[in-house]
Design a protein. Structure first.
Lengths: 352, 352
């Protein structure tokens, strides 16, 4: 399960919050349990002074206050968001960065203004191909001082479910989720959904800043160009059953019928099925998959009744989507330790 | 700064949330940024079915619904809560458990029913000396299956600021903070403030369960009885100034006047002063200490204007309280890795 973690990585793990897996039980992740990855520091923003600038290749540059954004027609979308680094700490050889195991995920109901409608009001000029999102959080990464910034192809930015969100789960964004305003791009890994948004700029090529050209690319060699990460890979996770041992988190389950349950999602296509193994992946059985009650961009529930017998077992769950993607049984290595959607393995003991 | 962290410790660090230190800027820690330490799993409680039992050495055992608790006169208290294991990962030789660095702290406004008033209504019988609090979360620790449970001396339980809390910062408790009801004991380390409370029992001796007799004791040898932890040791923390480097969290600060600021607290007595060093503890200067605007049980703000000059610096802050306690410069080892309140050290670079 990977090498030991350095104190530098621990500093990141102590600031960045995972979702305890028992929180898979809730349709919407309660505030405070959704995963959080903050590249630099959480900024302190005075909403009275804050403005969103919309500029670049537009006919009418705009400057909007939070009140003006709230006056626009609201869009609401339930989104399962996952960090592109989820699973990194299980990849070998070890990759040094935020050491996620399985828990960099959460589902929230985001409410805000439609980005596409705002771009229409501003009038996108001929030649604009990408939209650059620049945030208020600043830091140093790869030796370069920078504000967190990412661009998105214009066609994705114009999707009707892309939101400039000022609310999560019915309340104003808390500071850690990007107050006063963040981008939410359903189906894409979390780095795309820029928090603490300050500026939206229409440009004629993809942004080449650090978070585009170095981070968030699948590479086998440090100096190759690699493939940019975008859509979330298919995955299922389970609520670890029974009760935990404090330190090892190993599970004790009573003999008899045990309902295994969890959630499944994919950014690429509808989930087609979830299979469960109770023998470490030797044999698989199909789980019952609930309908997509939260809409197309949020996780779906699954369940499987396991007849637990005395002994040691390794429980696994494995999802596949309608685009033909299936979770791998083992992690695949890459330079940044991204997109490891290998199946979850939960060791359990059923005592006599 | 201690040995490498194992994957078992990482599993704990990924579930249990630290407060990013920039959150010291807020009087009350926003929900989702307060530290969280969950021994077992967060329980899923149906508030309609849930009842609090009050029994043992009382004249009139009581059973109360959440609505009945909310009908009682409400008590509100701002409390700085800290985990007894805060600082553990900086202790050498390494102690294996939840690996906190500095960030296991938060301040919240708790609202609920007075425990003392409830005990008076029930009528405490002669001979009762302690109050046992039993929670709904179950797990295995030290080889023993248990519900999380701790007792408190009766005199402490009768303090007027001890609350059976159903609200935090003006909203119902989220699941991770103990929904529907938790104990809050101001001034004591967090293990005392039992979450997901189910039962309050008047007893005639201190409880001898695992969380009392093994955990949360200061011991130099595994098999000695040791001293139970109670009040929070004096501490000051600062908001790391400037901007961070993503991976190392080292700080870049511009030359010139730099306002260092943070918070200070002690469970034992009023804070008497905070000293700041900008040369790694060689020399110290007194910081400006704000009045205790949040009441006697919550942190106070401090500030110090540093004239930052080009070079490498180590910033430190060190608090002392009216009972004569002062933060040590180096951690003190103990079996459980508890109560390490050694001064915070923040390396910063001031570029040319």
């Amino acid at each position: 399960m990977g090498e030991a973690i350095s104190v530098e990585e621990l500093q990141l793990a102590a600031r960045n919050h995972g979702m305890p897996l028992e929180a898979l039980r809730w349709d919407l992740t309660p505030i405070g349990l959704h995963y959080l990855l903050t590249h630099y520091d959480i900024p302190d923003v005075d909403p009275e002074d804050w403005r969103l600038s919309l500029d670049g290749l537009v006919e009418r540059p705009l400057t909007l206050s939070l009140a003006e954004l709230r006056e626009r027609p609201a869009v609401e979308v339930a989104v399962t968001m996952e960090c592109a680094g989820n699973g990194r700490a299980r990849i070998e050889p070890h990759v040094v960065s935020q050491p996620w195991l399985y828990e960099a995920v959460g589902t929230a109901l985001w409410r805000g203004a439609s980005l596409g409608a705002l771009l229409q009001d501003a009038g996108v000029e001929e030649g604009a191909t990408d939209v650059l999102f620049t945030a208020l959080d600043r830091g140093v990464e790869g030796g370069e001082e920078q504000a967190y910034a990412r661009s998105l192809p214009l066609a994705e930015a114009l999707r009707e479910d892309v939101v400039l969100a000022y609310e999560i789960n019915g309340v104003p964004l808390p500071p850690q989720h990007g107050f006063p305003l963040r981008l939410v791009v359903p189906g894409w890994y979390g780095m795309t959904s820029v928090k603490w948004l300050e500026r939206v700029t229409l440009v004629d090529e993809p942004f080449d800043g650090y978070q585009m050209s170095h981070s968030y690319r699948l590479r086998q060699e440090e100096d190759e160009e690699g493939i940019p990460l975008d859509r979330i890979e298919v995955r299922a996770l389970m609520v670890p059953p029974g009760i935990p041992e404090f330190l090892t988190r190993s599970r004790i389950v009573e003999a008899g019928a045990c309902v295994l349950h969890g959630r499944t999602w994919s950014g690429a296509a509808e989930v087609a099925g979830v299979d469960v193994s109770t023998d470490g992946g030797e044999t698989w059985s199909e789980a019952e998959l609930a309908p997509p009650t939260l809409g197309p961009w949020a996780w779906r529930a699954w369940r499987y009744v396991w007849s637990a017998e005395q002994g040691e077992h390794e429980l696994c769950c494995r999802a596949r989507d309608a685009a033909g993607n299936e979770q791998p049984l083992e992690p695949a290595w890459n330079v940044g330790g991204y997109a490891n959607n290998a199946v979850q393995r939960v060791p359990v003991t059923v005592p006599a």
